[in-house]
Design a protein around this ligand. Structure first.
Ligand code: AR6
Length: 236
């Protein structure tokens, strides 16, 4: 099980509700890890519309910022859910880039309490992130799609393998909280890591692997703190 609150990225995205005053699921986990200062700051935001995004500081989190977005509740698919979910990813990235974030991690927005079918949501996540990357080639270095469960990871891997022919990508190793900066030309779960291109990025806490171990040492790893599985895609 992955926990987005442990990631040392510049910004993590919260799957919140319109009140922006906390909740259950990943929202609850983020507020718990960030401390009460986050709720205090959220109180001043005046809520957030579905499909929109608003930023706060990260408070006690490793991430410098939290971008709060509100996913759609699934109502059968005929109520603009897909467009709203895509808007969550796009607007969150726009807000994060506006803050100066170079690395952003997302949970699978709307796929918990809001009931969005996971396969359809994963496709929207991957497609929207990739489209953003192509439209803003220097906008951001890394986007992490956090797989909370093994089947989430399988879905992201399958989708990225399917779409990766259009550009380079990075993948993270399943089974540990490790994001491997591994550009691969054609992504597949079986592809061996190659030489990383990313090192320290934007003043955040990404770590560069040592030259002698770059094929196996993750760019970011938090042994003992996290057992999450993550999946990353980028476009450099
Ligand atoms: N790290 C990463 N992913 C997580 C974590 C975590 N710590 N915890 C849960 N997930 P949900 P929603 C995954 O319900 O569907 C809240 O009460 C989880 O497995 O958190 O957008 C808000 O306040 C699922 O795949 O968000 C809203 O009222 C995904 O995060 C409402 O729930 C999203 O599940 C929002 O519902």
């Amino acid at each position: 099980m992955g926990d987005i609150t442990t990631l040392a990225v510049d910004a993590i995205v919260n799957a919140a509700n319109e009140a922006l005053l906390g909740g259950r699921g990943v929202d609850g986990a983020i507020h718990l890890a960030a401390g009460s200062g986050l709720l205090d700051e959220c109180r001043g935001l005046g809520g957030c519309d579905t499909g929109e995004a608003k930023p706060t500081g990260g408070h006690d989190l490793l991430a410098q910022w939290v971008v709060h977005t509100v996913g759609p509740m699934w109502s059968g698919g005929g109520h603009g859910e897909a467009g709203l979910l895509a808007s969550c990813y796009r607007r969150s990235l726009e807000v994060a880039v506006g803050l100066g974030a170079r690395s952003v991690a997302f949970p699978a927005i709307s796929t918990g309490a809001y009931g969005y079918p996971k396969a359809a949501a994963a496709r929207i996540a991957v497609d929207t992130v990739r489209a953003f990357g192509h439209d803003h080639p220097s906008g951001i270095d890394e986007v992490v799609l956090v797989a909370f469960a093994d089947d989430d990871l399988d879905r992201y891997q399958a989708l990225l393998a399917e779409t990766d022919a259009s550009g380079p990508a990075r993948w993270s190793s399943p089974g540990s909280c490790a994001i491997i900066a591994t550009p691969v030309e054609r992504l597949s779960a079986a592809t061996a890591p190659r030489r990383p291109t990313g090192t320290t990025q934007g003043g955040n806490r990404w770590r560069s692997p040592s030259p002698s171990t770059e094929r196996s040492v993750p760019l970011m790893s938090r042994p003992g703190r996290c057992s999450c599985t993550t999946y990353a895609t980028s476009w450099r």
